[in-house]
Design a protein around this ligand. Structure first.
Ligand code: GLY
Ligand code: MN
Ligand code: MN
Length: 439
């Protein structure tokens, strides 16, 4: 595994910060993820719940975190009991005794004690923080717990249930130096994977072979899983925004769009590059490509404290719209076409999103009804695109071309740091890399 990691003390300090934001006489219950069946008796690779992971760093299924502001221990972890047979078959469990010291909880209990202990932890508290509906399997446990507390004269149930997610997600939006280091590494591994795929590309190769190049590089560098379904779309497949079939042959003279990033210690990278399968852009491909690149550069200039995603998008849309007019794909006055958002026929998605433990990361995009402004420590993607599918009205030479360019930006004190700048992006850089490799 790469040397970057996040100290257990940081996870503890996140719990302490959350506890300080919770109301007096309250208790928060935050469940971990469970295993998910893939087929019959095999499971998907386990992926921890992002909020639970953010507060614990604990990577076993079915655990439960309880935070209490009352007079009981502040942080309690329930985790799977040690079980020799289960561990021989399915893997090691840390057990509650070791979890307490290793993960810095105030108290830890075996999962088998959960129902009984929760009664004590929740009894007498006024507010229960719980994300109703987010953990359907766990909801029933909560209703049954509240039912028991209400029906027993010697117990008192909370009078309000509040959603804890708003508080956690606001914390997650601002990345700590340790998180930024992990994200830098995730971006670096992903960037190298893209370069490897660019070098491998040649007419007659397949989309799934490029996918394999990326995934091989991720896994060989300790990031065993992609952060989301890798997109490798050759030619017109690039016009399907979430194309993941990745089963076609790559044709000479066409572009391929790759949208892929690895997950490292839970953190996602999310990079898109679009390049010619044979290493050389055609004239029509270059014309469209340079419009998307200019739109991305215009958006980058707005990524700084005080800037906003919607203003950056306005700048990007102005460039895209003017470019489409210049190529004869849109007809009319720039101002009118901007008012009617005409470019949306060829640019159907948003400019970008927060990035972190989830690829489409948490955090409100509005604050006090207003557009949220960028602040140092936020990480986001900027990913304009143009998609001219065969069934759109456009000059023939542009049909079947789909282009997206996506980078991951950290907002800094005075602007941004592009965490994914090392993947070639200008036409000259891409052609130089691919042609050097194929000569
Ligand atoms: N890979 C998903 C996205 O770019 O938003
Ligand atoms: Mn992407
Ligand atoms: Mn993205």
């Amino acid at each position: 595994m790469p040397a970057v990691s996040i100290e257990k003390a940081e996870f503890k300090s996140r719990r302490d910060r959350l506890l300080a934001m919770m109301e007096p006489n309250s208790v928060a219950i935050i469940p971990a993820a469970s295993e998910v069946t893939r087929s019959r008796d095999t499971d998907y690779p386990f992926r921890q719940d992002s909020d639970f992971y953010y507060l614990t760093g604990f990577n076993e299924p079915d655990a439960v975190l309880v935070l209490s502001t009352g007079n009981v221990s502040a942080s309690t972890l329930f985790c799977l009991n040690k079980d020799k047979q289960a561990e021989i078959w399915h893997g090691r469990r840390i057990g509650f005794e070791k979890a307490k010291s290793d993960y810095l909880f105030d108290q830890t209990c075996a999962l088998s004690e959960l129902s009984e202990q929760l009664l004590d932890l929740v009894n007498g508290q006024q507010i229960l923080y719980y994300a109703q509906g987010a953990y359907p399997k766990f909801d029933d446990k909560i209703w049954s717990l509240l039912g028991t507390l209400r029906s027993n004269r010697s117990h008192t149930a909370p009078t309000a249930i509040k959603d804890i997610r708003g508080l956690i997600h606001e914390m997650r939006l601002f990345k700590s130096p340790a998180e930024i280091n992990v994200m830098r590494e995730a971006c670096k591994i992903s960037a190298q994977g893209h370069i490897r795929a660019m070098k491998f590309s040649t007419p007659g190769a397949t989309e799934y072979q490029l996918e394999a190049e990326l995934h091989h590089h991720y896994a060989m560098n300790g990031a065993r899983h992609p952060a989301y379904g890798t997109i490798v779309g050759g030619g017109d497949n690039a016009n399907i925004l979430h194309y993941t079939d990745n089963c076609d042959v790559l044709n000479d003279g066409e572009l391929v769009l790759i949208d892929s990033g690895c997950e490292l210690h839970g953190y996602a990278a999310d990079i898109t590059r679009t390049f010619p399968i044979n290493g050389t852009f055609s004239a029509a491909q270059s014309e469209l490509y340079n419009i998307v690149l200019a739109a991305q550069e215009a958006a980058f200039a707005e990524v700084k404290p005080g800037g906003s995603l919607s203003y950056a998008n306005k700048q990007a849309m102005t460039i895209l719209t003017q470019g489409l007019i210049d190529l004869g794909i849109l007809q009319g006055e720039l101002s009118e076409l901007l008012n009617s958002q005409a470019c949306k026929a060829f640019y159907m998605h948003g400019l970008g999103h927060w990035l972190g433990l989830d690829v489409h990361d948490v955090g409100d995009y509005k604050q006090d009804e207003k557009e949220r402004v960028f602040e140092p420590g936020m990480v986001l993607t900027i990913e304009p695109g143009l998609y001219i599918s065969h069934d759109t009205k456009a000059p023939e030479q542009y049909k079947g071309i789909g282009i997206r360019i996506e980078d991951n930006l950290l907002v800094t004190q005075h602007g941004y740091e592009n965490l994914t700048a090392s993947v070639p992006k200008s036409i000259h850089e891409i052609e130089a890399l691919m042609q050097a490799h194929h000569d």
